[in-house]
Ligand binder design. Structure first.
Ligand SMILES: [Zn+2]
Ligand SMILES: [Zn+2]
Length: 103
């Protein structure tokens, strides 16, 4: 089971193609852009409360059989927020002071 490469930032809807260097992801594959993670979410996933890391880039070249972005394509299902902006701001404020490894 490969990482689900979601096509957009769930917060601002920016496109995040498989080779985006500003895609950030939580352990549940919730996906946001770096700007939203830094300025809106303060490194708190609005869905799970965990922190984010940079999403790895799936290789365009098929260096090994079957393992390229063409053979294992990104998801096309755009995701959107499940909570209101006010709720998300309160959620971040409640959690962001706790380091991810202690949440
Ligand atoms: Zn964003
Ligand atoms: Zn999450």
């Amino acid at each position: 089971m490969a990482l689900e490469l979601r096509p957009n930032c769930e917060y601002c809807d920016k496109d995040l193609p498989p080779n985006a260097t500003d895609a950030r992801i939580c352990t549940f594959e919730c996906t946001f852009c770096a700007d939203c993670v830094d300025t809106k979410l303060h490194n708190v996933c609005p869905n799970c409360g965990g922190g984010f890391e940079r999403r790895p880039i799936r290789p365009a070249n098929e260096w090994r059989p079957g393992l390229s972005v063409a053979k294992r394509p990104a998801s096309s299902q755009r995701r959107h927020l499940s909570y209101s902006l006010d709720d998300i701001a309160a959620h971040s404020a409640r959690i962001s002071h706790i380091p991810p490894e202690q949440r």
